[in-house]
Write a protein of this length. Sequence first.
Length: 161
Amino acid sequence: MRKFVNVVRFIVLFYLLFIGLVALIMYIGNKSNVRYINIRGYSYYVVKNDYLEPTIPSSSFVIVREAKKFVLKEGDYVLVDVDGQKELRKLISINGDSYLTGYDNRSTQAIVSRGNILAVKVFSNMFVSILFHIFTSVFGIIVLLIFLFFSSKMAFKRFEL
């Protein structure tokens, strides 16, 4: 039984280290000029405006997947590249190679080509958005590193590594 508890603690520690690494990657990506980190077709985007409220609030953390792997349909939320700026929009209608995009609470609409659609929203959640903002702040990274340091120290003692 004691060995089982030790294994569970090690697994929990491993996942905490993994979450810490992901948070660090997101922090670096969020502070750099890249703004689009692609891991196996998935990336993230932070909504910068309130144009999609109430469906997707401002500052929401959204996980997106490359659009070339999707058959787009009306109602999808897509990440588009407009004059070098990335923006999340709602796909209103499809007419051949032209895609009419817009917002939930604005009347502004624009036609974009398939080449300007970078990704499709696959997930967004307010709780994850809050965690993202905490862990990508300087304070959050410092707290996470302190926690990981002490928990890894305890694991090394426990497993006599």
